[in-house]
Write a protein that binds this ligand. Structure first.
Ligand SMILES: [Zn+2]
Length: 272
């Protein structure tokens, strides 16, 4: 069985990290994405950007140029975030977009039940995307983190749509203490857990040469140490629906070559 329907295209986009040279300018990232026909854009909506109404208006106007513009919030999915002034400002900003939603990092150190109650109160928001994130170091903490992350989606009783954003490189980070095989196994377990509850997934992708994933070691997908052919094979073997892929590079060359390889890998395996 293959996870991707024969005529189902995988939507690929870039994060505004690609515009690092222009101070992460979202408008620059949007222009680049349009020029290169990316269907998705992800914008880091930090407090600084929230204070720039003219740029936010420009982003609002550009919504029609893309299949989706994702907003990445700063902070973690926890009580501190929901009680913050920043969260108030964030909600009033994104409420005026076509599909109010944001991405935020998972917090392994918090009890998410209380957080879910708070999340429900912010009813102007349709969807919260929660991205896997590790603060701890070592294998046992990483195992625990991943199972808690799956548990969060399985126990979604809050009446708010929670969706997983899976940062693939994070499974292969040296801090996890996993071997490549163990990382693949954990990734597979997550994908199985998520497809069991029928949730689509948004993927975050980069490749790099250094298991500490320093920015200087970023390279095109397929040229680094992260085993993307096996990862895509795993995705295709599962029933999971891939909502999209965001390339989180800090340059404007790697996204183009990475997109080519990803499209090729998904296509090749589709034919099998
Ligand atoms: Zn990410």
């Amino acid at each position: 069985m293959i996870g991707i329907l024969a005529n189902n295209i995988i939507r690929i986009g870039v994060a505004n990290s690609i515009s690092i040279e222009t101070g992460f300018d979202p408008v620059d990232a949007i222009e680049y994405a349009k020029r290169h026909h990316f269907e998705l854009v992800q914008i880091f909506l930090n407090p600084e950007l929230l204070s720039k109404p003219e740029i936010l208006e420009r982003i609002r106007v550009e919504q029609s140029s893309f299949h989706n513009i994702y907003f990445h919030a700063s902070g973690y999915f926890n009580v501190d975030f929901f009680n913050s002034k920043y969260r108030d400002l964030l909600y009033s900003c994104i409420a005026s977009f076509n599909t109010p939603h944001f991405i935020i990092h998972f917090d392994e150190n918090y009890d998410f039940v209380q957080t879910l109650y708070l999340a429900k109160e912010g009813s102007v928001i349709d969807k919260i995307y929660i991205e896997n994130y590790f603060n701890s170091i070592g294998k046992s903490a990483s195992f625990k983190n991943i199972s808690r992350y799956i548990e969060l989606f399985a126990s979604n009783f809050a009446g708010i749509e929670l969706l997983p954003v899976v940062d693939i490189p994070r499974f292969f980070h040296a801090k996890t203490g996993f071997s490549i095989d163990e990382s693949l196994q954990q990734f597979a377990e997550l994908i199985t857990g998520i497809s069991r509850i029928n949730l689509p997934v948004l993927l975050h992708i980069i490749d790099c040469n250094d298991p500490m994933q320093s920015r200087e070691s970023f390279c095109s997908v397929g040229e680094g140490y992260i085993p993307y052919p096996q990862i895509i094979d795993l995705l295709n073997q599962s029933d999971i629906i891939i909502e999209g892929i965001i390339l989180e590079y800090e340059d404007k060359i790697n996204p183009l070559s990475s997109r080519n390889l990803l499209e090729q890998l998904f296509r090749e395996q589709k034919v099998e």
